[in-house]
Design a protein around this ligand. Sequence first.
Ligand code: HEM
Length: 515
Amino acid sequence: MDASGILSSPATWVLAISSSLYIFYRYATSTFNYFSDQGIPGPKPIPIFGNMWGVWKANLPAHDLALVKKYGKVFGYFDGPIPNLWITDADVIKAMYVKDFDHFVDRRSFEIKTKVMRKWLSLMRGQEWKDIRSSVTPAFTTGKIKRMSALIKDCVANLCDRVTTFTEKDGKIDAKLTFSAFTMDVIARCAFGLKIDTLGMKDDPFITNAQFVFNPPTNKTPLILLPFMYPDLFSKFGYFTERLIVTKEMKFFFKLLENVLKDRLESNEKFNDFIEVADEAISEFTKVVDGKTVPMWTREIIDEIIMGQSTLFMLAGFDTTATTLTSTCFQLARNPDIQEKLYESIAAKMENYDEVSHEMVQDVPYLEMVIQEVLRYYPPLIRIERQCTKDYSYDNGRIKIKKGQVITVPTYALHHSEEYYPDPEKFDPERWSPENKAKRNPYAYMAFGTGPRNCVGMRFAMEELKMALCSLVQKFRFFPVEETPERLQFDDGLTQVLQPIHAIVGIQFRQSNQN
Ligand code: HEM
């Protein structure tokens, strides 16, 4: 038989396909002894999927909590063939995320070629991440946050006007929608100097596009598993990656920002927003070449970095903060005593300050305690991972982690651990009193992550949460209505940020604000 005869023979094809399947099968199961060889427990993986089968239709908080209850504080899990060590032991978290951070600098990521995204801090790796993180961090100092606080205050006033309208009209709010509109307003104003009035408008392109970015329909299909299970393979199919990750909704923001940035760089006007603050910080970042100090990046790269961080901040700050405000509003409605105590604490401080301001919100310790308890109970980011960048050994080899392996803290499960938070299903801000906090291992709290790669926007987020809650709780009272669920519900699927659903809460004026 000649070569073309061999190629067209069905037997050849059967052989080629079955050999490829066999090779793929061997590759996809080759790591499955990784944890059992070390005596680390964990659920039994299945070929191709590891332990991820069905995750796209699971309710992640419940799913993760059940796994931790069954397998303990440190166990092995497989994302396809990738070994992933799940950790809810605060000492191990401290060692891997903080003390030995240089072994765990990166998150798992796949190569993204899209211009704006390739400079996203959250996706960057190694030295490039370190340089950009150091250059962006000064944009979040107290002085800079105070500058942006005046912009937040404006957005809070809009929010209160809108809530007033809902109070007079229906006496209830769709909390997620209302707060999504607010956080979008804040980010647009603080990140790009843009004034948008999306408050309460369901069809506004800012809101619909941003919500789609966080909870696209693909989150509920097996397709979403691919980048987690086979990131290298996934990166090789650039077109496919772009289609799945860089959606047209994301491009909406990229286009918008490109235009804003172009105008801004040509203008001399002062805005006090993130673009301006970041431009100052990034342009001042230097390196030493042949004994001379020179700028770290060219103007073109600086513009690309600013563009990347501004879109990332818009996306990272929008849903996380809206989910936190929604959860707070829900918990206050379900816990009237706590709501009254918070109201009293704010009212007492208002006697010393003329208005809600940057200084005033820092001076209400009970507000901080309530927010921390909300973030414990409902951490918006439910999984926080790192990828091992050089081989690592913990506790004299009790746990060995090879380069490329992933570690994950399932935040929701950690925050609902009986050991660190007795009676974990009780919503109790007193856990955060200075005395109670001092008794607990601080690494048992991961709402903003931990170590050098924690949330760079944490202080900005806290400022925004405090400004909004101080004003709202002073003027309005939240209470449950017929549609309010007993426990807050979250959407199923492999979402990056918890997605509250059916978050309808009753609202009325406080006596003194009725007129
Ligand atoms: C309540 C609101 C927020 C929560 C709960 C939150 C939580 C988190 C968490 C858990 C991480 C991962 C940390 C880790 O891996 O250790 C993170 C990373 C990040 N967050 Fe936030 N975040 C919030 C708001 C914001 C805001 C407002 C911004 C921007 C202004 C922001 C920007 C970022 C960025 C850029 C990263 C990646 C940091 C890096 O890789 O170096 N976040 N956030």
